[in-house]
Write a protein that binds this ligand. Sequence first.
Ligand SMILES: Nc1ncnc2c1ncn2[C@@H]1O[C@H](COP(=O)(O)OP(=O)(O)OP(=O)(O)O)[C@@H](O)[C@H]1O
Length: 322
Amino acid sequence: MTNPLLAVKDLTVDFITRHGTVHVLDDVSFDIGDGEIVGIIGESGSGKSVTAYSIMGILDHAARIRSGEILFQGRDVLGMNRSELDRWRGKAASIIFQNPRTALNPIRSVGDQIADVLARHTPARASEIRAKTIDALKQVRIPDPERRSKAYPFELSGGLCQRIGIAIALACAPRLLIADEPTTGLDVTTQAVIMDLIRNLAREQKTSVALITHDVALASEYCDRLIIMHAGHVVEVAPTAEIIDHPRHPYTAQLLRSVPSLVDSIGELQAIRGSLPDLRRADLPFCRFAERCDRRLPICDAERLHLGPALERHAVACRNPL
Ligand SMILES: Nc1ncnc2c1ncn2[C@@H]1O[C@H](COP(=O)(O)OP(=O)(O)OP(=O)(O)O)[C@@H](O)[C@H]1O
């Protein structure tokens, strides 16, 4: 991809814990283009959130970025100092979290929380900020926005709280929105409303979206391209239809076979074999899927195969792909 909006290159992140070093991300590389909606998919523990937090500069203090680059419009995000990051976050890139209620400040009205973000990034008079706050609430289809702006998170449903999260994230029309499991915990109807809202607003504002989810069916419905992660490696990247029709990595194929809406008959439905390797192991195999893989070859254990920084249209990190 020429001049992507975001380029993550060979990102390697460990966590230092009392029980040892956890090798969470290992040479993670991918791009996100202007206006694209990209799904980052994988089982729980595959490193999706750590990737998102690395991009946003909000990693836990136990994290160590061992190597790699995160370039946003060519600018090195990892090299930004605190005040540069504060200006960049919210204005250029923002994030919405899984649990909207805990992500919001419980003791500040939702209108004030939107106004705070606007005031931080756009110098304007209080009356203008107030008008923009109401506009932001209207944009996420909050009924009776004047009244709701004075509400506290505990007074709103989970779905309404997530709309507030979206309003805060999109208040300054960022170029990149990271949506980290934005619909987990919401009922199915509300999930669809929230996802439609994210997609439509992103398209209107030309905001790129990284949708982080373990829900392959959801990602396949909303994303242009999918990035498949397994145990801290990116194993496959391709346009959504291509990956759904012709998965090439054995892990992707197993992942797709575990999704009821993506198999032709119930008889084809299969659980993913085995479990993720313990990321504290010092002897992690080059291919972290090898121990779960029925296509493993001797060469898989001999040397690491990288997806590479310049990703092809359909890239797969496997010695013996389908
Ligand atoms: N602060 C931390 N200290 C130690 N290990 C951590 C920490 N944060 C994350 N990890 C480990 O990093 C790995 C990846 O976690 P991450 O939350 O990114 O996974 P995920 O793919 O987003 O999963 P989920 O869908 O459950 O959120 C896991 O093994 C997790 O235990």
